[in-house]
Write a protein that binds this ligand. Structure first.
Ligand code: NAP
Ligand code: HSE
Length: 428
């Protein structure tokens, strides 16, 4: 048997403790599968006195993650602290600079600094692995970089933030407002320390930026993502969408188009018969389309101690087995700058609005749509509420620019009681 693989684990929160537990529980299994023992040399967190539910006295304790990364008895630096800057970035750079392999679950770090870190790792000849950074326990990085390496990938899409999916599905099942379910999710500890990372779509967009880079051979480009969070979704939208045969999901889509690389993370309607619509709670789903394979669908737990630690262990096992490979599926220096698409692919849209209850109001709205070249597929007007008429419209496929022109014209009609809600409809 080869020499043990020695780990330094920085971060002993949900994921870090999960990793420690698996290494203890599956010591023999990991050795059998990798041909060497996987051992923890040292650990690091902010508070050495915190009760973490298990004894860590067998491991050396470091206060400073950089010092941990540089220890002589650490072969692999496992970064499980989080944050796109600060100690996580400093320690990962230090580890790579010192010729140590790095495993991380930190999507923010990779989305913001992935290209520079990949170049550093590949120049030093070490591995930088991050299976846990996207879609928790789903092995989507391995699927894209290895299982689908023979495909020209045409589209990657999916639901990649469990907290948002929990909020949207709970609003629907309990008939509760966004604000009420947000408070509930916060109290249950489902949200990031900065909840805007979840509900603002930022966390999911970090994940999409990483998948996009691997799928299309481009440098990670978080700033190229069209980004909208779920804060604008009301219980009225959830109900109205259901009434028209749809469910609302925070959906990421990345695809190569003739107009450039399109990357979007935004709330969308999906038909209630779509596999995406069936996702409940914190479950994630990633759909990948390639020229040879056609379409594959990966579904599973997107977060939590066990699933995320499981993904971290996949990377650790690969390193123990001597796996080699570039960070984003091809050498970092060969990744292209992504030319962002100047316009998204046309799509049908859902519009919800409240109109003044007076003659000709609806005609003015449909005229604005018609004059912008937006064709109506379906329309419903509901019973008046406080002298306002709630109206739902589903359009035929239209360019976003035409829809925005129509919305601007509608505003000028003076018949809108509030700003209309406009959501893309995606199909799978
Ligand atoms: P967490 O529970 O908040 O734990 C963070 C850990 O990092 C804590 O142990 C904390 O120490 C330690 N830490 C923070 N700043 C530090 C510093 N300056 N020096 C030393 N230690 C420091 O976070 P988590 O949920 O485990 O997430 C860890 C990473 O995994 C993040 O990048 C996250 O995005 C990613 N991730 C998490 C999940 C999930 O389901 N939780 C899923 C996928 C990816 P103390 O305990 O002493 O405060
Ligand atoms: N906040 C993230 C989510 C954690 O809800 O999906 C997993 O990355």
């Amino acid at each position: 048997m080869s020499a043990p693989l020695r780990l330094g684990i920085a971060g002993l929160g949900t994921v870090g403790i999960g990793v420690v537990k698996i290494i203890r529980q599956h010591q023999a299994l990991l050795a059998a599968r990798t041909g060497r023992e996987v051992v923890i040399s040292a650990v690091c967190a902010r508070d050495p006195d915190k009760d973490r539910g298990l004894s860590l006295s067998n491991y050396a304790w470091e206060r400073d993650p950089v010092a941990l990364a540089l220890r002589d008895d650490v072969d692999v630096f496992v970064e499980l602290m989080g944050g796109d800057n600060g100690p996580a970035k400093a320690a990962v750079e230090a580890a790579l600079g010192a010729g140590k392999h790095v495993v991380t679950a930190n999507k923010a770090l990779l989305a913001m600094h992935g290209q520079a870190l990949a170049e550093q790792a590949e120049a030093t000849g070490v591995l930088l692995r991050y299976e846990a950074a996207v879609a928790g326990g789903i092995p989507v990085i391995k699927a894209l970089t290895e299982g689908l390496a023979g495909n020209d990938i045409t589209r990657v899409m999916g639901v990649m933030n469990g907290s948002c999916n929990y909020i949207l599905t709970r609003m629907e099942s309990a008939g509760l407002s966004y604000e009420a379910v947000f408070a509930e999710a916060d109290a249950l500890g489902y949200l990031e320390a900065d909840p805007e990372l979840d509900v603002g779509g930022i966390d999911a967009a970090h994940k999409l930026a990483i998948l996009s880079s691997i799928a299309f051979g481009t440098k990670v480009n978080f700033d190229g993502i069209t980004l909208e969070g779920i804060g604008c979704i009301s219980i009225d939208d959830i109900r109205a969408a259901a009434d028209m045969g749809y469910r609302i999901k925070l959906l990421g889509v990345a695809q190569k188009t003739g107009r450039g690389l399109e990357q979007r993370m935004q709330p969308c309607l999906v038909p209630d018969t779509s596999p995406l619509a069936q996702l409940e709670g914190g479950t994630n789903m990633v759909v990948i389309e390639g020229d040879s394979v056609g379409q594959i669908v990966l579904r599973g737990p997107g977060a939590g101690e066990g699933p995320t630690a499981s993904a971290v262990l996949s990377d650790i096992c690969d390193i123990a087995r001597g796996w080699r490979g570039p960070v984003f599926g091809q050498p970092a220096h060969s990744l292209q700058d992504a030319a962002p698409a100047c316009a998204g692919a046309p799509a049908p849209y859902y519009l919800r609005m409240a109109l003044e209850d007076k003659p000709g109001a609806l005609a003015k709205v449909t005229k604005a749509l018609g004059e912008a070249g937006v064709s109506i597929d379906r329309m419903r007007q509901y019973g008046h509420q406080d002298a306002a008429a709630p109206v739902l419209i589903v359009t035929h496929k239209t360019a976003a620019s035409a829809l925005h022109e129509a919305l601007a014209a509608m505003r000028d009609t003076g018949v809108l009681v509030s700003t209309p809600v406009a959501l893309r409809i995606e199909s799978l």
